[in-house]
Design a protein around this ligand. Structure first.
Ligand code: NAI
Length: 252
């Protein structure tokens, strides 16, 4: 058990990668606060963890809202007695070019993908500092490192996640807080199906294209989850500010 007695918050915990990571963190001994807009699905993940003998609570929140983030942290601290690990993972995508993107859509993507991480760090860092350290993992994307087509707000937001992660690592490393990003390629979750829908493409054809990379398949959520477990645990004790790529070779 690599995370025994650790307390974790996972945002977007009801989705593909968030659910798999909540379960993986709990399997390593962590108590997990499963945070999501979709509270019923978050409750189901927390129940699944408890049924397997773990500790979990579900918390309903919009991660772009400062009052919601403060409530999430207060609830996790009240339930578990502290927070050692945060996985800032909630995210949304809009498959549009700059010309097609409305200002409202741009702001929403940045609110959910970027402001959420700023807000969480603003309020969790003092708690981690007082406790002597912690590990924060932010979900970037292969497209945050290399860009991609028809997703201008998403690519810009994920680039911000990767560089914000480096800046956070510099600022808070002296307090023993490690901050890293995990950058998936195409992973088999609802997001890929949502992209096919937004682009009005056939889902199966879209998923087949996502598998066209050196390892010849999409990633599965549990494969990203294992990278997050490693970054959360002391096994990665000298790793901070890094952008870990989990993409089947798609960046090459
Ligand atoms: P998903 O759509 O299955 O999960 C996203 C979760 O975030 C959902 O449960 C959703 O309800 C929640 N969420 C959305 N807006 C929220 C908000 N304002 N407040 C709280 N929760 C909110 O998608 P997936 O794939 O699991 O995505 C997780 C992260 O991985 C995202 O940041 C995404 O950008 C990133 N990612 C996904 C890739 C993929 O191919 N699936 C590739 C690269 C990055």
């Amino acid at each position: 058990m690599r995370l025994e007695n650790k307390k974790a918050i996972v945002t977007g915990g009801a989705g593909g990668i968030g659910r798999a990571t909540s379960i993986a963190l709990a399997a390593e001994g962590a108590a997990v606060a499963v945070v999501d807009l979709n509270v019923e699905a978050a409750e189901a993940v927390a129940a699944e963890i408890r049924e397997a003998g773990g500790t979990a609570v579900a918390i309903s929140a919009d991660v772009s809202s400062e009052p919601d983030i403060e409530r999430v942290i207060a609830t996790a601290v009240a339930e578990f007695g502290g927070v050692d690990v945060v996985f800032n993972n909630a995210g949304i995508i809009r498959r549009t070019t700059a010309v097609e993107t409305t200002v409202e859509e741009w702001d929403r993507v940045f609110g959910v993908n970027v402001r959420s991480i700023f807000l969480m760090c603003k309020h969790i860092v003092p708690i981690m500092e007082a406790a002597g350290g912690g590990s924060i993992i932010n979900t970037g994307s292969g497209w945050g490192l290399k860009g991609g087509g028809q997703a201008i707000s998403y690519c810009a937001s994920k680039g911000a996640v990767v560089n914000m992660t480096r800046a956070l690592a510099i600022d808070h490393g002296p307090a023993g807080i490690r901050v890293n990003s995990v950058n998936p390629g195409d992973v088999n979750t609802g997001m890929l199906r949502e992209e096919a829908r937004q682009l009005a493409q056939d889902t199966n054809a879209f998923l087949a294209e996502a598998a066209d990379r050196p390892l010849r398949r999409m990633g599965e959520p549990h494969e990203v989850a294992q990278a997050v477990v490693w970054l959360a645990s002391d096994d990665s004790s000298y790793v901070t500010g890094s952008a870990l790529v989990v993409d089947g070779g798609g960046i090459a």
